[in-house]
Write a protein that binds this ligand. Structure first.
Ligand code: UDP
Ligand code: MG
Length: 353
């Protein structure tokens, strides 16, 4: 049985050697491949990955022309993975490789999706934990299908599940929603999510908010419909108020002071209208982007990967095979050596001439 590990990477030069070492340790005695998808890194990441791939055939590499985003990188990884089971995980060791054997055991029991669920979130700020809890709660209320809470993109998929996911080629991608949508047999495995091994998150607040909105708008039309409900309630209230005004004008001598209520209503209604228009505009923009049917990613180089025979919809593969530079393989055979040498990076650059 072949296990593929898909790892999207953006500027993770410091963590990759550690990651590989722990992966090798965790998967000793098994047949595996690891597929790094370099999502337009600008640091030493591409060279480190290349060296690792030259030293070990099981390390495979896809390189994007630019940063297409984490979800596109995961998509490419799933497109090229050959395994009977495929695991997607972060490069930063927040998802522990030591959990893989337990995930594989569940896969062997017949589950199509194994989802490690974060029970503790070490080193995450209170703010992140609270907003994330609130987000999952809201999403599970309004999404078309219930999305498993506290499960990130760290997951194991059976080959069947991967084939099914590959067929979903939408532009605004939210993998967790797609898994829920597929509804395949899922096992949940609690685990403790660690702090990053090194470096800093690629998901700052604004990006996180955008990602959250992608999740909602891709898997729920609730925000579009909410304006209908709000519109009904407000126009109902407005109509009742109108009755009162007519009554006062005909049967009382009270002067309608008017000004304050008109201004207040004006503000409330214009606000609501703008909000609803904004929401509709966003869905429209997404429909427009979807209608263009643009590719999801462009691969410029590959290493240790045969270009797939099947055609991949919505993907551009300009795959140049990167061939090993004339370096002594012995130098890199032992994983520990890679871990020791690569952070310094200098000797490698020299070795490659
Ligand atoms: N990543 C990526 N492209 C991006 C952003 C992130 O490939 O545009 C990778 C990143 O290198 C990491 C994973 O996706 O392996 C998750 O990102 P990160 O750890 O920064 O997110 P967090 O865990 O903080 O939510
Ligand atoms: Mg991370």
């Amino acid at each position: 049985m072949l296990l593929s590990v898909v790892i999207p990477v953006l500027n993770e030069a410091e963590t990759i050697p550690l990651m590989l070492e722990r992966l090798r340790g965790a998967l000793r005695g098994r047949t595996w491949e690891v597929l790094f998808v370099d999502d337009g890194s600008t640091d030493a990441t591409p060279d480190i990955l290349e060296q690792a791939a030259f030293a070990d055939q099981r390390v495979k590499l896809l390189r994007f022309t630019r940063n297409f985003g984490h979800q596109a990188a995961v998509t490419a990884g799933l497109d090229f993975a050959n395994g009977d089971a495929v695991v997607v995980m972060d490069a930063d060791l927040q998802d522990p490789p030591e959990l893989l054997p337990r995930m594989l055991a569940l896969f062997e029991e017949g589950y199509d999706v194994v989802s490690p669920q974060r029970v503790s979130r070490e080193a995450e700020t209170m703010f992140k934990r609270w907003t994330s809890a609130l987000f999952y709660r809201t999403l599970s209320r309004i999404a078309d299908r219930p999305i498993t809470p506290d499960v990130g993109d760290f997951r194991l998929f059976s080959r069947r599940a991967v084939i099914a996911i590959r067929s979903l080629r939408e532009q605004h991608r939210y993998m967790r929603g797609m898994v829920a949508w597929l509804g395949m047999k899922e096992a949940i495995l609690p685990f403790e999510r660690r702090a990053r091994a090194a470096g800093k998150t690629n998901y700052p607040l604004l990006r996180m908010l955008r990602f959250g909105w992608t999740a909602i708008s891709s898997f729920s039309a609730f925000p579009l419909r909410i304006s209908i409900a709000a519109g009904c309630i407000l126009s109902g209230a407005g109509f009742l108020y109108l009755l009162r005004v007519v009554y006062m004008a005909l049967w009382t001598t009270t002067l309608v002071p008017g000004w304050a209520s008109v201004v207040a209503l004006q503000c409330a209604f214009s606000g609501m209208i703008l909000l609803a228009l904004g929401g509709i505009g966003d869905y429209l923009a997404r429909t427009y982007e979807e209608a263009k049917q643009r590719p999801l990613y462009v691969v410029t180089e590959v290493c240790n990967i045969a270009t797939p025979q099947r055609s991949l919809p919505r993907a551009v593969i300009l795959a140049n095979q990167v061939t090993p530079a004339p370096i002594s393989i012995d130098e890199f055979e032992r994983p520990r050596r890679i871990a020791e040498e690569i952070p310094s990076y200098e000797p490698l650059a020299r070795a490659r001439g």
